[in-house]
Write a protein that binds this ligand. Structure first.
Ligand SMILES: Cc1cc2nc3c(=O)[nH]c(=O)nc-3n(C[C@H](O)[C@H](O)[C@H](O)COP(=O)(O)OP(=O)(O)OC[C@H]3O[C@@H](n4cnc5c(N)ncnc54)[C@H](O)[C@@H]3O)c2cc1C
Length: 446
């Protein structure tokens, strides 16, 4: 049974945990379900990075906070992502943001993206989080000559206008330094990766320690506005809350709450993890040390060498949830890996799983609060991070909590905060359009 946000009634506690490499290598803590009625000042709905980080921020501010998640810890993206720590979020690059809103806004957005990475690093140190953090080169690889030129030009622009250091890599350097053949050029940046499910566990531990009350396997099935606040019902309990923070991202059920209904498009991304590479495979592929990669395709492939010498390889998933585990989908991704690393042909695929990323209509995530700073009641959400939320979702959770409390130095003029998520106009046609895009990309990038 696979959860499909556009088809299923909602995430239930009965759905199985993902069969991810992360779940196979980390035992999540057992957190209790809600079996009673309770009152709270702030209720966070959704217990991935966004929700847990919001709970941490509220608890640090000595606020009374309760969190509900529909399933076990890491059921959503927190237990399914690739673990790349990326600066950025949504689908727009700094260049695209600059083209649309100008340099000042782009610099402001860069400040938020960098702060997200800094917040993650600071919390890892401050709370002594055990998340298997590994540092190593992060390579962006061009899949054709045109993209190589584009990659070099972008790197130059980012260095001069945004102070982003990177090194350009010719095909010769890629081959000599990394053993990479078949790419048309690349750019090297500083990279870091972690174990995403361990990160979720550490956030839950910190949130609890600071005084937040966490309930898992407790889906919010109904949110009702009341005179002073909201009443949220779960299958075996209910919570009366003054303020609500929605942190369900791509896993948001289809008819949930008017501020988020039809405001984002859940799109599947899939990952597989190979058997550990043997010495010959390591030598032939150059995959000898922790490194992470992203290519320049419209439907990007991303991959990293895991600390135990396996290769994690990800890319777009099936259009519909019910097709996520189809042999055809697995083979498509496997073939893409073999195209990049012919020496790995035949290597076993030990793990395969998929998850939903949240795409907003204008590709910009939002952290938005209706009736912000109201002492009576407010409801807010943070979502739309696309494939980039390991650092940013937690930062967005912090910002959401700050916005709802009316604290923090949030620059509300930035597009992240200024307006609510836009509604998808032909929401039912989203999947037809996505299918068309995949077919077009297949032909265009053959
Ligand atoms: C395959 C894949 C690979 C990715 N790789 C990367 C990467 O390498 N680097 C990167 O930066 N980002 C990556 N991402 C994106 C990143 O993982 C997400 O942006 C981020 O984890 C989102 O965090 P979140 O807390 O908002 O959402 P989630 O972690 O998805 O949490 C949402 C939670 O809401 C809960 N929920 C849903 N409905 C209800 C309800 N009714 N009541 C209560 N709870 C509910 C769900 O159970 C879930 O736990 C990837 C995503 C995927 C799918």
């Amino acid at each position: 049974m696979i959860y499909d946000p556009l088809i299923s009634p909602g995430v239930s506690s009965m759905l199985p945990a993902p069969k991810s490499y992360w779940h196979a290598t980390h035992k999540i803590p057992t957190l209790p379900p809600l079996n009673k009625k309770l009152n709270t000042e702030y209720l966070v709905v959704g217990g991935g990075y966004t929700g847990l980080s919001a709970a941490i921020t509220l608890a640090q501010a000595k606020q009374e906070v309760t969190l509900l998640d529909a399933n076990s810890l890491g059921f959503g993206c927190a237990g399914r992502n690739g673990g790349f720590i990326l600066s950025g979020s949504g689908r727009l690059s700094l260049n695209a943001i600059e083209d649309k809103w100008g340099h000042t806004v782009a610099t402001g957005m860069q400040g938020e993206f960098d702060s997200a990475v800094d917040l993650l690093k600071k919390r890892i140190v401050d709370f002594d989080m055990q998340v298997d953090l590994v540092k190593g080169p992060y390579l962006k690889l061009a899949h054709n000559t045109k993209q190589a030129k584009q990659l070099y030009a972008t790197a130059k622009h980012l260095a001069s206008n945004f102070n982003v250091p990177s090194a350009t890599l010719t095909t010769e350097v890629l081959s000599a330094r990394f053993g990479i053949e078949g790419a048309y050029g690349g750019v090297e940046l500083e990279g870091a990766c972690l174990h995403p499910l361990k990160l979720a566990s550490e956030y839950a531990k910190v949130a609890k320690k600071l005084g937040a009350t966490l309930f898992y396997d407790s889906p919010a099935i109904h949110i009702e506005k009341q005179k002073a606040g909201f009443l949220v019902t779960t299958p075996s309990g209910s919570v009366s809350a003054k303020h609500i923070l929605i942190a369900t991202n791509a896993y948001t059920p289809k008819h949930f709450q008017e501020s988020v209904d039809n405001k984002q498009f859940p799109v599947q991304s899939s990952i597989f993890v190979t058997a550990p590479l043997n010495n010959e495979q390591r030598a032939l592929t150059g995959l000898t040390a922790p490194m992470s990669f992203m290519d320049t395709r419209i439907m990007k492939y991303y991959y990293r060498v895991l600390p135990d010498g396996r290769l994690l390889f990800g890319g777009r998933g099936a259009v519909k949830g019910k097709d996520a585990d189809n042999a055809k989908e697995k083979q498509r991704l496997y073939n893409a890996m073999v195209k990049s690393f012919p020496a790995l042909k035949g290597i076993a695929m030990d793990y395969f799983w998929s998850g939903w990323v949240s795409v907003s209509l204008d590709s910009m995530p939002r952290i938005f609060v209706d009736n912000a700073h109201s002492t009576d009641s407010a409801i807010g959400y943070a979502m739309g991070y696309c494939g980039s939320g390991v650092s940013f979702a937690a930062f967005a959770g912090q910002r959401l909590a700050q916005r709802i409390m009316g604290t923090g130095d949030v620059d509300l003029s930035l597009p992240l905060y200024q307006s609510p998520l836009k509604t998808y106009p032909f929401s039912r046609a989203r999947r037809i359009a996505l299918h068309g895009l995949y077919q077009w990309a297949k032909i265009a990038e053959r």
